[in-house]
Every structure is written in structure tokens, then in C-alpha cells.
Design a binder for this molecule. Structure first.
Ligand SMILES: Nc1nc2c(ncn2[C@@H]2O[C@H](COP(=O)(O)OP(=O)(O)O)[C@@H](O)[C@H]2O)c(=O)[nH]1
Ligand SMILES: [Mg+2]
Length: 241
């Protein structure tokens, strides 16, 4: 076994088997813990993408062993979760790339389960909160309804019924990433990845995961604005844009 827990065959490669990409905006209270837990869970490369944090997110992430990338220029406004994820993807150099929150809502201990799905042949493994569990306070009633509604609309448009189309805790095969021409700037990045993966005929699976409550800071998601962006992206991507 290699130091990141992969079978010996992986040790002949220079590239790590797993890279964690963590978008993080003002997550100084949790980022070090998330980075350390990702490394303990087998991520040989950990990329934290910070843009415009006004706190010590970058310092804490670096101290914990992550490579910190910037999605924008210092002093500029944050450019959005989608931009951050794409900046991370451009630098990820691993067989499997996992995305997760920097606020501790996605438990890094679940990382091997998502990676195992890719190792078993899937190209996109979605960490499904609705097939898994929500910890106390992890989701409000309105967000539960909104998420379910978005997944129903997705099923209507794409003919694929998934329990959780909006989950950000996911694993992607490197080979898939190279085939997705991603452009999203904000929270519509999740639906863009999913829609384009289906478009190129990728094998998409859902893996039950746990979702925890946010213990520090506040969500960047603005329900109405971001919900509308996600719906618009679903429609646009369905007709090929
Ligand atoms: N770099 C960067 N990260 C972001 C931005 N917006 C959100 N994030 C991060 O993306 C992750 C998900 O965002 P979050 O606000 O937790 O959304 P929620 O989990 O849906 O409530 C968190 O780690 C955020 O810090 C952004 O504009 N830039
Ligand atoms: Mg979160």
C-alpha cells in the first residue's frame, strides 16, 4: 500500500490517486480541519481555492498542508464557487478528483466511498445527501423542498431521476474532467457538471453520504438568485448551451 492508502499498483505512478478540490471563502474556522481530514482520508493532493477571503483561510489551509490557489486577484470581489472549482480542476493532477465544502459540512471520512465508486468504473460519483443522512440542523425545510424540486425538474428535463442533483460532494474521474468544457461561475457548477457528464455518456452514480450542519460562518447560497441561476442553467444545458 502507498502512504495514501491506495493499492501498490498506484505507487508506480508519480500522480497521486486522489486530489481534493475545496472552494473556500472565509472559512478560517474550519479549513485546517477539513484539509487535515482529507489528507488522512487518502487525498495525496489537496487544493484549497480561495478568492477574496477577508480572514485567515489561506494561511490556515497552507499550515494544514494544502496548496492554496487564488481564483481572483487580491482585493477583488469573490468570483463565485464555480470559478473556484474550475481553477482547482485546472490544477488537479490525480486519477480521481473530489470536490467538497471547506466549512466542514461534507465529512472527508466519506471520501474513500466516493473514490471507490470511481475505481469501480463510474466517472461521476455524486455524494447524495438525500440517499444518505442529514445531521441535526444540516438542512432547513425550505432548502429540502427546493433541492427536491430542482431534482424533479432535472428528472423532467433529462430523464434521469437522481435523489440529489445539487450535492457538491462528488468524485470525478480525471478522464471525464478532460471532456467537460465547464463555464459556470456560481452554484450552477453542480448542474453543469452533471448535465455535461450525461451528455458525453459518462456513467453517473449516486453514493449515500452524510451532510453536517454548518458550525461557523454563513452559507454563500442565496436561495432565490442562485435557485434561478440553477434552473436557468438546467434549461440552457438541456438545449445544448
Ligand atoms: N473561493 C470561493 N469559494 C466559495 C465561493 N462561494 C462559496 N464558496 C465555498 O464553496 C463552499 C460551498 O458554499 P456554501 O456557502 O457552504 O454553500 P452551501 O453549502 O450550499 O450552503 C464553501 O466551502 C464556500 O466557502 C466563492 O465565491 N469563492
Ligand atoms: Mg456549505
Amino acid at each position: 500500500m502507498t502512504e495514501n492508502g491506495q493499492p501498490a499498483v498506484a505507487s508506480s505512478r508519480k500522480r497521486p490517486h486522489v486530489c481534493a478540490v475545496i472552494p473556500a471563502l472565509n472559512e478560517e474556522a474550519t479549513i485546517a480541519d477539513v484539509v487535515e481530514r482529507c489528507r488522512a482520508a487518502g487525498a495525496g493532493q489537496v487544493l484549497v481555492v480561495d478568492d477574496g477571503s477577508r480572514d485567515q483561510t489561506a494561511v490556515r489551509a497552507r499550515e494544514a498542508g494544502a496548496v492554496v490557489l487564488s481564483a481572483g486577484l487580491p482585493g477583488e470581489r469573490p468570483r463565485g464557487k464555480g470559478v473556484a472549482i474550475r481553477v482547482g480542476f485546472a490544477r488537479a493532477d490525480a486519477d480521481v478528483i473530489v470536490t467538497l465544502d471547506g466549512d466542514g459540512q461534507d465529512p472527508p471520512e466519506e471520501l474513500p466511498t466516493l473514490v471507490a465508486a470511481i475505481d469501480a468504473g463510474a466517472e461521476l460519483a455524486i455524494g447524495s445527501r438525500f440517499a444518505g443522512t442529514f445531521g441535526p440542523g444540516a438542512i432547513t425545510r425550505i432548502d429540502r423542498l427546493g433541492n427536491r424540486a430542482l431534482s424533479l425538474v432535472f428528472a423532467g428535463l433529462y430523464g434521469r431521476r437522481l435523489a440529489d442533483t445539487q450535492a457538491g460532494f462528488r468524485a470525478l474521474a480525471r478522464s471525464l474532467l478532460a471532456r467537460l468544457d465547464l463555464r459556470a461561475r456560481g452554484f450552477e457548477i453542480e448542474v453543469e457538471i452533471l448535465a455535461k457528464a450525461l451528455r458525453v455518456g459518462a456513467q453517473v452514480v449516486e453514493v449515500p453520504v452524510a451532510r453536517c450542519a454548518r458550525m461557523y460562518g454563513t452559507s454563500r447560497l442565496r436561495r432565490v438568485r442562485d435557485g434561478a441561476r440553477i434552473l436557468a442553467a438546467m434549461g440552457r444545458l438541456r438545449v445544448g448551451f
